[in-house]
Design a protein around this ligand. Structure first.
Ligand code: GDP
Ligand code: IMO
Ligand code: MG
Length: 438
């Protein structure tokens, strides 16, 4: 299950729903930049690293190899779950995941400040620097954190190197490696019982024919390779990232589910063709409570963009979509959907990978009527007002992919399951039936 836009599509809610029939849920990339909200009755859970499947006591949850782990925040999450009466006994952490160190957070913030108006708008959680060290082969992995003596040697070496950058490049105070060691070894003790060889654990579940859900963080347009570079995150949220980040072969993945809002949002900098500045943007932000789960920043809001939707279908090989936050559109007289772009006077149906061309895209809109009535209590397609159903059909047609789930509120029950995305028939069958089944 992946995000089909710029993140915050409501993946937490959909993972929570799908986890009901999953034996195992695996996070495969990203770190504590993610913020996944799950609302169960009167309780709200905000998860950054722990898979949303943790709310089901029997579901095994794995933080996979492709993630980067800030142990301080992970432990805060464990404490939060503990306070809310949720057991973490089924949580496992990959020993090959990389560790976000204090210098990663400091360097993330310092690099952003030095970029001035070229800044990316990162979450400041040290994600880019942690992945940079991984690629540069100077990263510290969970397995290293568990090995006290060699961890001390590594930290002393890394901190000495980073201190040069902190002091000389950014004019910042150096870190004391011994303080870092003491802090992190305490985290190591807390996390040790959860650390495993995750790829092996997942392959054993595959052999036993268990249902495994790979939970993406961020979204397709934030993908390091396929997103709106450089305004992206430093990992691969796309479905292909699941294989690398979980340590499984592509042949074990049966189907790919994309999550998209019924409109579009983005946090951070970078081009956003359908962004709305005026009253409607404010309305979407207010009704959708569009403030970041991790940083509290206001999300930029705009109309649904079917060009990036089609791109997400292609890049991820989507079998179906979950459309969330339909209810947010309930009060609008009319709704616009971007069906194509105009770039330098030419119509363009496909997402341009050239970042400069993307920044010049002007959306070509098609306007459809709103439904002007509450959909929050709809529980079947037949409960939806005709205009809402037409809107969903229009999106399915534009992206040539069936819609399996429609979400009309943050709670578990505010959902229409059109077609079981896990056990239902596969893409070809569904699409032959007209994209959206009734
Ligand atoms: P994620 O990062 O993709 O998991 O999404 P976030 O949790 O960051 O942001 C989605 C927000 O929308 C959360 O506050 C959810 O509780 C909320 N949400 C999810 N689905 C719906 C929906 O269908 N309608 C409304 N109104 N809110 C929703
Ligand atoms: P979830 O999983 C939305 C954005 C940041 C910034 C860019 C790079 O909740 O959907 P980073 O800190 O990763 O280096 O920031 O990516 N970003 C997200 N936007 N949802 C997220 O996660 C995001 N994680 C990172 O705002 O634009
Ligand atoms: Mg989020």
């Amino acid at each position: 299950m992946i995000g089909a836009q710029w993140g915050d599509e409501g993946k937490g809610k959909i993972t929570d729903l799908l986890s009901n029939s999953a034996d195992m849920v695996v996070r495969y990339q990203g770190g504590v930049n993610a913020g996944h909200t799950v609302v169960v009755k009167d309780q709200t859970f905000k998860l950054h690293l722990i898979p949303s499947g943790i709310l089901y006591p029997e579901t095994e949850c794995i933080i996979g190899s492709g993630t980067v782990i800030d142990p301080k925040v992970l432990i805060q999450e464990l404490d939060q779950l503990d306070r809310l009466g949720v057991s973490s006994k089924n949580l496992m952490i990959s020993e090959t995941a990389h560790v976000t160190m204090p210098y990663h957070r400091i360097l993330d913030v310092a690099a952003e400040a030095s970029r001035g108006d070229q800044k990316i708008g990162t979450t400041g959680r040290g994600i880019g620097p942690t992945y940079a060290d991984k690629s540069e082969r100077s990263g510290i992995r969970i397995v290293d954190l568990m090995d006290t003596e060699s961890f001390k040697v590594q930290v002393r070496y890394c901190v000495a190197n980073k201190n040069v950058i902190l002091e000389k490049l950014y004019n910042l105070p150096p870190l004391d490696p011994e303080e870092v060691i003491v802090e992190y070894l305490a985290y190591a003790d807390r996390l040790r019982p959860h650390v495993i060889d995750s790829s092996l654990k997942i392959s054993q579940a595959v052999q036993k024919k268990r249902n495994i859900l790979f939970e993406g963080a961020q979204g397709t347009l934030l993908d390091l390779d396929h997103g709106t570079y450089p305004y992206v995150t430093s990992s691969n949220p796309v479905s292909g990232g699941a294989c690398v980040g979980a340590g499984v072969g592509p042949t074990i993945i049966d189907r790919v589910i994309g999550v998209a809002k019924a409109y579009t949002t983005r946090v951070g900098e970078g081009p956003f063709p359908t962004e709305l500045d005026g009253d409607i943007g404010t309305l979407l932000c207010d009704r959708g409570a569009e403030f970041g789960t991790t940083t509290g920043r206001q999300r930029r809001c705009g109309w649904f963009d079917a060009v990036i939707g089609r791109y997400a279908v292609r890049i991820n090989g989507l079998d179906c979509l979950a459309i969330t936050k339909m209810d947010v559109l309930d009060t609008l007289d009319e709704i616009k959907v971007c069906v194509a772009y105009e770039i330098d006077g030419k119509r363009c149906n496909d997402f341009p990978t050239n970042a400069k061309a993307f920044a010049r895209c002007v959306p070509i809109y098609q306007t459809v009527p709103g439904w002007k009535t509450s959909t929050e209590d709809c529980r079947a397609l037949s409960d939806l007002p005709k205009q809402a159903l037409d809107y969903l059909k229009f999106l399915a047609e534009l992206m040539a992919v069936p819609i399996a789930i429609v979400s009309l509120g943050a709670s578990r029950d505010q959902t229409i399951i059109v077609e079981d995305p896990i056990h239902g028939p596969k893409r070809a069958l569904l699409y032959e039936n007209g994209g959206l089944q009734q």
